[in-house]
Design a protein around this ligand. Sequence first.
Ligand SMILES: [Zn+2]
Length: 294
Amino acid sequence: MISGRFLALASAMLTACAACFVTPAAALTIFVSGGAPAQGTPLLVEVAETGPVDNMALTWRGAPCPLRETAPGRYEALIGVDLMDAAGPGILAAESVAGGVRNRVEMPLSVVERDFPVQKMTLPAGMAEFDAPTLRRIGEEKKALDERFARVTVPILWTLPFLAPVEEFRPENFGSRRVINGEPRAPHTGVDIRLPEGTPVRAIAGGVVVLAAEQFFGGKSVVIDHGGAVFSLYYHLQRYSVEEGRRVARGETIGAVGATGRATGPHLHFGVRVPGGRVDPSLLFALPGKETAK
Ligand SMILES: [Zn+2]
């Protein structure tokens, strides 16, 4: 069902529809949570036809987005704008096929620039520069994770609302442009939550554990695949209590806050990836909720 908190961009839909073929019997509509998205924003999308369809597809800036059917002719998707994506216009497009008739609707969405903080850090040379074997390890770990993120699994296991990974969720530093020892480095793609070592960490939604291992940067790390290319990442854990391949439920304890890997003190590094990119987890918890969540 479409929540009252959804912003139904019907006028945008109608404008877009003026240029496309719409049969009188079928009306394809798109609903998006929120208005013009800023960099790093997750978006909940609902696509609806007036009746059952043979096929429905959704694309954002040309890339396909996995859909979940919620009722005949109705679908939902979680997508987002990567924190490094360029500001400017984008097209969210839905295409349905029903009884051999193709229907398409386009919704222009303008991505707004977000003012990310700059975080200047001074680290001992040993923490900021790495030898050849370490660089090789970092490269291999990144490649393995990127391959995993590129694999879209079904079924979609996430449900709304998402649950914060810790009880006291006070996120800091999303998207910080980091300068270490005077040199610009990769931005901070998640949030940090400072908490005492041993604080329980829980799964934000149902999913399958696809990584439970010691990583160079992340230390003891867990990554959960929630299906439909939605992933949650939990780093610097003191310990984890799940293994790869394990199905976890929303709210299940997966480990505890620690300071393993490249961490300057106990905290949880928490990140979220959706189709479209890496988004601000705090905005994920603000998405319109549904009572059906487990
Ligand atoms: Zn972090």
